[in-house]
Design a protein around this ligand. Structure first.
Ligand SMILES: C[S@@+](CC[C@H](N)C(=O)[O-])C[C@H]1O[C@@H](n2cnc3c(N)ncnc32)[C@H](O)[C@@H]1O
Length: 351
């Protein structure tokens, strides 16, 4: 008996809801999304046992405590950037040349903070609201938000060395929390959390998400921007080996499938509320946006419209995200919603 027949016999089939009415842009293959929404039969993946000492076996596993002090790493990177093209490219991509102040200003000028401010405004988050930038690093995002009028900001970063410039530049306009015990003591204070490129550094995502959740008001949003993704073992190994700082400077980072972030975070009291796909608005929310130019097959205006008109709600971007997860988990092809620029989570009730 096939698994499908077994399931049919032993478990009454739930009523299948009508597929939501989705209008993908002409450049997207509508049949793929429709097929995914119609829940195709499971496909068995062909497997080979492979060899010993394969690429996963050889992958160096790095923990944060193996890494050095962030200030020391940064000094080494600056020296390496002068001679090593990989690190020089990293500096180009993230606008890391110049002094600390130059870098802070370069980020402000890049407009990511402004674009995000407009975006979080669509969820009712306003400049007078209380917002924390979790894992803020040098605090570029918190500083950008402060420059455009956000007043009640907390910059949370466990590595105190990273926030020294922010302390000098922002004075008492931004509260800095470096002590995790203080962070863990904050209760129901924030209307929103923002985070940029930090969740993939967390060694236990749900644990740290619970700590973050406790700082949020009921119903508050968490805008998780620019994470690190890999779906297949080959993609994973490539990502882990290709990361310019992971092995060289012993920084703990991990590439996960987008659905893994979502499942881990939703499982501890959040609901995925919206997903901003790659390429939307010319990658306006990512410092690395320029590294992912729009493919010829994607119509920028149509994609912007699709997202703007369906950002939230039952047939919105969350549905498109899961449709792409279903369609792409077992087949190669484009990735847009599963390479999101922003995942929006809402702190929701636990019954
Ligand atoms: C790639 S940096 C990103 C910094 C900053 N958000 C940005 O975009 O420039 C990742 C940051 O995550 C922080 N981090 C690591 N573990 C963390 C944790 N458990 N909670 C909060 N932040 C953490 C690191 O200290 C580091 O500053």
């Amino acid at each position: 008996m096939t698994l499908k027949n077994f399931l049919k016999r032993s478990i009454p089939a739930p009523p299948i809801p009508a597929p939501p009415l989705l209008t993908p842009p002409p450049s997207l293959d509508a049949s793929v999304l429709t097929a995914a929404l119609n829940r195709p039969d499971p496909v068995l993946i062909e497997t080979r046992p492979g060899e010993t000492a394969d690429r996963i076996d050889r992958l160096p596993l790095i923990k944060d405590e193996d890494g050095g002090d962030v200030v020391d790493i940064w000094e080494r990177m600056q020296i390496d950037a002068r001679t090593d093209p990989v690190i020089a490219d990293l500096f180009d991509t993230f606008h890391l040349w110049g002094s600390e102040t130059d870098r802070m200003n370069a980020f402000v000028e890049l407009g990511v903070g402004k674009a995000l401010a407009e975006f979080i405004g669509r969820f009712g988050v306003k400049p007078e609201h209380s917002i924390a930038d979790v894992g803020c690093g040098s605090g570029w995002l918190a500083y950008s938000l402060n420059c455009i009028g956000y007043k009640d900001l907390v910059a949370m970063e466990p590595n105190a060395g990273a926030t020294m410039l922010l302390k000098r530049l922002a004075g008492d306009r931004i509260e800095i929390i470096n002590d995790l015990d203080i962070w863990r003591g904050v209760r129901n204070r924030f209307d929103a959390l923002v985070s940029m490129a930090t969740v993939h550094h967390w060694e236990h995502i749900p644990w740290i998400a619970i700590e973050a959740r406790r700082t949020m008001k009921p119903g508050a949003y968490w805008f998780a921007v620019m994470e690190w993704f890999a779906d297949t073992p080959a993609e994973f190994v490539e990502a882990m080996n290709g990361h310019p700082t992971r092995e060289r400077y012993k920084m703990y980072e991990w590439a996960y499938p987008a659905s893994a972030y979502v499942d881990l975070i939703q499982s501890v009291g959040f609901t995925l509320n919206a997903v901003v796909p790659m390429y939307y608005r010319n990658n306006a929310y990512m410092t690395v946006g320029a590294k992912a130019p729009l493919p010829d097959t994607v119509d920028q205006d149509a994609l912007n419209r699709l997202v703007d008109e369906n950002l939230t709600g039952p047939n919105g971007t969350v549905e498109l995200f899961w449709a792409e997860v279903d369609a792409r988990r077992r087949a190669p092809g484009y990735k847009m919603f599963t390479r999101p620029q922003v995942m929006v989570f809402q702190r929701t009730a636990v019954d």
